[in-house]
Design a protein around this ligand. Structure first.
Ligand SMILES: C[S@@+](CC[C@H](N)C(=O)[O-])C[C@H]1O[C@@H](n2cnc3c(N)ncnc32)[C@H](O)[C@@H]1O
Length: 243
């Protein structure tokens, strides 16, 4: 496995003394996204899978079958995110995953900021069991928004056909909400431009797909364990692309 070219404290990093891994042309930061992201400037595309806002407490018998629920709560991945991190002056297009309950506020936030947006879904073949009726556990929404000059590439309308992940384990790479690479590959094929940033990188799925599409990736993740996983996965993807 390829090792990151540099990993450690980078006193010259835009956020001060933070962990940085440089893997070929790709840069991963172990840092707080809200502090660092504004300092990193403009990217062609911002692809993010931020913490969802949803009620993940309780669940009774269903909870036992939802293997990742406790970890989601323990890592505060049910607490939502501050949408002001989305700034059209810093990215020509945006892909953002969200929970059903976040859609009204998210779309209202995006509408005046982006020229166009498309609401999309991907299909989960092995959804978590749910009791509440307003949430469809087997589909997950995401929004692709763009400004002029950053129009999606290729066919958008075939998203539903493409994005049916083969497998979606409750936990892979020690993280409770890893996105399947089939989903991320399709999304990164549709994203315009060369530079991509994911401020809530997790285990680096956006980065792996971005590298497979020949893009230059920047990621931010604050959890040291997930950051280390992302470094290893992205170093692997970079090595495979070089082969
Ligand atoms: C939904 S997960 C992303 C999972 C990712 N798509 C993957 O496939 O591995 C969101 C990630 O954002 C990270 N995160 C949450 N708040 C953050 C913050 N303020 N700064 C940096 N990372 C943050 C969490 O640790 C978590 O790994």
């Amino acid at each position: 496995m390829t090792q990151p070219l540099f990993i450690g404290l980078d006193t010259g990093a835009p956020g001060g003394d933070i962990g940085v891994a440089r893997i070929g042309p790709h840069t991963l930061y172990q840092a707080d996204a809200y502090t660092l992201r504004p300092k990193l400037g403009f990217f062609d595309a911002e692809v993010m899978d931020p913490p969802y806002a949803f009620n993940n407490s309780g669940g009774g018998g269903f909870r036992k079958a939802r293997g990742a629920s406790d970890q989601i709560v323990n890592e505060a991945l049910d607490q939502g995110f501050d949408m002001t991190i989305i700034n059209p002056l810093r990215a020509g297009s945006l892909v953002v995953f969200c929970h059903n309950d976040q859609l009204p506020d998210l779309l209202a936030y995006l509408k005046p900021r982006y020229h166009r947006f498309c609401l999309l879904h991907w299909i989960k073949p092995n959804p978590s069991p749910m009791r509440n009726k307003h949430y469809l556990a087997d589909t997950e929404p995401f929004v692709h928004a763009w400004n002029p000059g950053h129009h999606p590439v290729g066919d958008h309308h075939d998203m539903h056909r493409w994005i049916t992940a083969g497998t979606m384990a409750a936990k892979v790479h020690g993280h409770p909400t890893v996105k399947p690479l089939a989903v991320m590959d399709k999304i990164l094929r549709n994203v315009a431009g060369r530079t991509v940033i994911d401020p809530f990188m997790g285990t680096g799925s956006t980065g792996v797909a971005a590298i497979r599409q020949g893009k230059v990736f920047t990621g931010i993740e604050h959890n040291p364990t997930h950051f280390a996983t992302a470094c290893a996965r992205i170093a692997d993807a970079w090595e495979q692309q070089q082969a």
